[in-house]
Ligand binder design. Structure first.
Ligand code: ADP
Ligand code: MG
Length: 237
């Protein structure tokens, strides 16, 4: 039986989608069978980041009752990694019922070692339905105090809801001299710091190419940090 891990944050733009893609590929490189799911129903972009832009069937069709889940699973070009993409047009968004996310995603752990779920930011219903599709959660924050406190709140709510909070990723560290240092961030978050991912131009370059950085530039600081995150996630099983 595999593990269901939600990738969550208090704010948008912190690196949830980037982490979902890179953690999935990194775990695939470690020989694990991975399913990455785009559960950010209104701001979907995981499939673009992972180089798939022509998916016929998406999670939206499944949540609208118009397709079966097996039709929405695609093999990616990355070793051991499958993907469930999401639609980006409003017609699909309107028809999809987000409340069906947990019952749709949870059974998939039967077929994979890890199901990694890219969630919307915050604590609105769409985000809650996506995050509660997981049994464990990794929180993503940037080194700014408002981002850290909002992400901490998400962690507290999810813990109360019964999810195991594995810890947090401090992403985009080193962009500003006012960045909150890792030790101080860990003190505020009150959950383990899993890895510090540096601000790395290769991460954005990779995104533009549709090839996440662990594959695009394996020797970069960003790639090494995401590989370390994967090893840590396997270790704390
Ligand atoms: P979210 O899914 O949380 O909204 P994204 O993963 O889409 O955030 O990241 C937002 C932007 O930040 C993207 O353009 C991404 O390429 C960039 N980014 C994420 N992590 C890093 C990093 N460590 N270094 C540089 N750019 C990053
Ligand atoms: Mg995102």
């Amino acid at each position: 039986m595999g593990r269901l891990i939600s990738i969550a944050s208090g704010k948008g733009g912190t690196g949830k989608t980037t982490t979902t893609a890179n953690l999935s590929i990194a775990l695939g490189k470690l020989g694990k069978r991975i399913l990455a799911v785009d559960a950010d129903l209104t701001m979907a972009n995981l499939s673009l980041v992972m180089g798939i832009d022509d998916a016929e069937t998406t999670i939206h069709d499944v949540l609208a009752g118009e397709a079966s889940i097996s039709d929405a699973i695609y093999q990616t070009s990355f070793e051991n990694v499958d993907l469930i993409p999401a639609a980006i047009d409003w017609e699909h968004v309107k028809r999809a019922d987000p409340r069906k996310l947990p019952s749709t995603i949870k059974p998939l752990k039967e077929h994979y070692d890890f199901v990694i779920i890219d969630c919307p930011a915050g604590l609105q219903m769409d985000a809650m339905n996506a995050m509660l599709s997981g049994e464990e959660v990794i929180l993503i924050t940037n080194p700014e105090i408002s981002c850290i406190t909002d992400t901490m709140k998400v962690g507290i709510v999810l813990k109360k809801a019964g999810l195991a909070v594995l810890g947090f990723v401090l992403n985009r560290y080193g962009r500003s001299e006012n960045d909150i240092p890792p030790e101080a961030a860990e003190e505020v978050m009150e959950v383990p710091l899993l890895v510090v991912v540096p601000e790395d131009p290769k991460v954005r370059e990779a995104t533009l190419e549709g090839i996440p950085v662990v594959e695009y530039a394996p020797d970069s600081g960003g790639a090494k940090a995401f590989m370390k995150l994967a090893e840590e996630v396997v270790r704390i099983a």
